[in-house]
Design a protein around this ligand. Structure first.
Ligand code: ZN
Length: 155
């Protein structure tokens, strides 16, 4: 495994639409491993492939100690409810902003072995799924956020 460089918002790669993964092979698994390691090292809760300069539809999410989600070619199959809360992005270091997201999301895709998987998320997990999914279409949370700012030290 290896740490990858996380690109920041000025990089045009973050504005491109990622392509489907056509074959889930060792190369893809290596990228997923590197992405998870990179996310953990940066204390993030999610990382999408374009953030490490790879325009393929896949991301990793981990919001607790329990489960690392790895999704390839994800599709949102259900999204309902509304939550409005603070969000940040490893590609926009330091900043936070307020974003509306669905409270509950059902997402489908392939796992690291190319097998179909479906996950449900609420709260922070739903937020992370939607945020990472947006990266695959070239969308950064700041496009949707109110009051993007540097948090004060006393917050
Ligand atoms: Zn992000």
């Amino acid at each position: 495994m290896a740490l990858r460089n996380i690109v920041t918002e000025e990089d045009p790669v973050l504005r491109k639409k990622s392509r489907q993964v056509t074959e889930v092979n060792d190369r893809i698994r290596t990228i997923l491993d590197d992405m998870a390691e990179t996310m953990h090292a940066a204390y993030g809760v999610g990382l999408a492939a374009p953030q490490v300069g790879i325009l393929r539809r896949m991301f990793v999410v981990q919001v607790d100690d329990e489960h690392l989600y790895e999704l390839i070619n994800p599709e949102i199959v259900e999204a309902d409810g509304d939550q409005y809360g603070e969000e940040g992005c490893l590609s926009v270091p330091g900043y936070v902003g307020l974003v509306h997201r669905p409270e509950h999301v059902k997402i489908r895709g392939l796992d690291r072995n190319g097998k179909p998987v479906e996950y449900e998320g609420e709260g922070l997990l739903a937020r992370a799924f939607m945020h990472e999914y947006d990266h695959l279409d070239g969308i950064i949370y700041t496009d949707k956020a109110d009051n993007v700012h540097l948090p004060k030290d006393d917050e």
